[in-house]
Structures are given as C-alpha cells and as structure tokens.
Design a protein around this ligand. Structure first.
Ligand code: ADP
Ligand code: MG
Length: 362
C-alpha cells in the first residue's frame, strides 16, 4: 500500500487549453495518507468522478502528476495501479454465481482455492450475501448486485486504495446506513486507503476521518468533520454542510464591529486590512444563534416561520430582506413575532470573497 499524491493536477476534457472554463478540475494538490478513510464531497458536476478516474488511471490528467509513495505513476495503465474502483451501478458478471463473482479478482491473479474460499466466505458474511453464494447474480436484486460489486472491490488484501464512486445510489435507504457502517468496519479491520465519493453530507461525515469538499472543480476545504462544521474555510462549505447550513449574510466590517442593515454587532476578534472593494460576509451556524425577547441586545428580527423537527425547532427570522435560520430549543417565552437575534461571537466567522479570514483575538 502507498500514500497517493496529486501534484498540480488539472483536467480539461477538451484537452490542453488557455481557457480556465474548459477545466473540469482546476489546479489541485493533495496527499491521501496510506490507510486513511476519506470522503470526497460536493454537488453534482463539481469534478468528483473526474478526480477519482485520474487516481485509478481511467483518465489521463491534462496537467500534473499522480504519485504512489514518491513514484510518478501518471503514465501507468489502470491494471498496473493495483486500485479497486466501485462505481455507482453494479459491475458484475450476471451469469456467474455470487461466489464466482467475488472470487474473480483473486482467481484472475492466480490465487489458489485455499486462499480464495475463506476470503470469499468472510466477505459474503460481512455483506450479508452468504445465503446467495451459489445463486447466479442475474437472479438477485439491485441491492444485492451492488453488494457483490462492493465485495469484488474489497476482496484483495493488498490494494493501494479502494475508490467508491457514489456506490450506495441504488441501495435502499435503510440498507444504506447498514452498508456504510460495514464499510467503516472493513476499513478498521483491513486498513485499506478508502476514498468515498458522495454528494450526501451524512454519508461523508459518518464514513470519513477526513472530508475533502469540492466545488466547481476546486478543493475548498479538507478537514475532519468537526473542522468543517466549526470553521468552514469557504462559504460554500458552511452552506453545504449542516442542516440547515450556515447563515451567510452581507455585512460591513470595521475592526471588531459588523453592521447588518444598519444594526451593529460587536465581535471578539478584530479584522484589519480588509479592502472596501471586497465582498464581506458574516457566517454563523443556526446552532450558534439564539432568540431573546424584543428590545434586548441583538438584531431586531421578525419570525417568519417555525419548523418543529422534533428535538428542536428551526426558526426562520428576517431583518428586512436578510433571513437567518436559528436552532432553538423552545419558544415558550416568546410572544408575538418580534424578537432579538443574538450571535455567539465565539462562533461568528468573517468571509472575504467567500474565504474565511481569521482576524486577531482581542
Ligand atoms: P461529479 O462526479 O462531481 O458529478 P464529474 O467529474 O462527473 O462531476 O464532472 C465534472 C465536469 O466535467 C462536469 O461539468 C461534467 O459535465 C464534465 N464532464 C464529465 N465527464 C465528461 C466527459 N467525458 N466529457 C466532457 N465533459 C465531461
Ligand atoms: Mg460523479
């Protein structure tokens, strides 16, 4: 196994080009640690599959290099990279039995029966395919077929990495949760490097130790689920992660003061060197906002909607045309639709041109 480095990788499906718009992947640098559990998270079309195919060798990048450990393997074909890839839809042999399908990657590499059999049975157990081992794949449901695909990807012990490209799309929601925890268990047990592509934040955050968030062909943040939640480095990360996502609102900024719609808030950090021409926004998660009776400290807002989602309420409030979501435990002490919106300054982030700036603690 090896660590995998992407060095100055960029890809244009139109071939080398002067036009940045042609690039489905903008320039990126990234190292995947040997044995890490990663998720590649981003909306449809942001370049996740392109990136995965460059790692596996299905695509040759327009620019840059792929390194396994420190060896440049950009020119190596897929078969020589020792990588398993699992796609959105099952790739299996319909006329073979489940056993034969699972055994195929090992048999193909000349392994003997003594080695193959226990491994196939072990994986079939983990994936819940045990009772179907001698059934032909064509007779199985879409769920089970995709389980075979997963099994084929996991069957070899010494792969450099296993790449999953939205593999649970065809799986029924309840089974999804179960399979995801099994993948996590397999990661712990076998120590493979796993890269799991998804557009679903819950899948990404529950599977991975480190999540790489992509947006419009770029990596906007790589970090632990906690870091993505607590300190989104880009407004897109704040918005994409969390339910509902981070509130992002235009503001004016002077040192430790922000002004929203003419109302001032004081922060516990001070920001200098922000040019007047730049786009300045405040970002705060709904969990870090709270509501107080009207005419207390805070922004004077109007409640426009309350959604009760069980454990807590999500309150939508407005200050003129600026709207915020607030996670509130109870609203029992609220009368009328006016209240004060209070910011937890320890969790209030400032973004300049969509990028987090850190400021200085006061
Ligand atoms: P994702 O997997 O995140 O949904 P993709 O990597 O599939 O995104 O696609 C990234 C961008 O590249 C999209 O704009 C898509 O339309 C474009 N693209 C993907 N595959 C091809 C292709 N074979 N030829 C041309 N453009 C492509
Ligand atoms: Mg894709």
């Amino acid at each position: 196994m090896a660590h995998i480095t992407l060095k100055e990788i960029a890809h244009s499906y139109a071939g080398e080009s002067e036009n940045p718009e042609d690039f489905a992947l903008k320039k990126l640098n990234l190292t995947w640690r040997d044995g890490g559990a990663y998720a590649l998270l981003g909306p449809s079309g942001c370049g996740k599959t392109t990136l995965l195919n460059i790692i596996s060798g299905l695509l040759h990048p327009t620019r840059g290099q792929v390194l396994f450990d420190d060896e440049d393997i950009t020119g190596l074909p897929t078969e020589q990279r020792n990588i398993a890839q699992i796609f959105q839809f099952p790739v299996i042999y319909d006329t073979m039995t489940v056993f034969q399908n699972l055994a195929f990657p090992l048999k193909n590499r000349g392994r003997n029966k003594k080695e193959i059999e226990p491994r196939v049975i072990e994986l079939a157990k983990i994936l819940g395919l045990e009772k179907d081992l001698h059934t032909k794949a064509q007779h199985l449901t879409a769920d089970s077929k995709q389980k075979i695909s997963l099994g084929r990807g996991l069957i070899r012990k010494s792969v450099n990495a296993i790449l999953f490209d939205e593999p649970l799309t065809v799986i029924d929601p309840q089974l999804k949760w179960e399979l995801r925890s099994q993948l996590k268990f397999l990661h712990k047990k076998f120590g493979f490097t796993m890269i799991y592509v998804t557009h679903d934040q819950t899948e990404a955050l529950t599977f991975a130790d480190e999540v790489i968030v992509m947006y419009e062909g770029k990596i906007v943040q790589a970090g632990t689920p906690e870091a993505l939640f607590e300190k989104p480095e880009h407004t897109f990360v704040g918005y994409f992660i969390g339910s509902p996502g981070m509130n992002v609102c235009a503001c004016e900024l002077q040192e430790n003061r922000i002004v929203i719609e003419g109302h001032e808030l004081l922060l516990n950090r001070t920001y200098t060197a922000v040019k007047a021409t730049e786009k300045v926004e405040v970002g705060i998660r709904p969990e870090h906002l709270s509501l107080a009776p009207p005419d207390t400290n805070g922004l004077p807002v109007k409640i426009i909607r309350v959604d009760d989602i069980g454990r807590h309420k999500i309150v939508r409030v407005a200050l003129n045309d600026k709207e915020f979501n607030v996670v509130a435990p109870e609203l029992s002490d609220m009368t009328g639709d006016r209240c004060s919106l209070q910011f937890d300054t320890g969790h209030t982030n400032i973004y300049v041109n969509d990028h987090l700036i850190s400021g200085e603690r006061m």
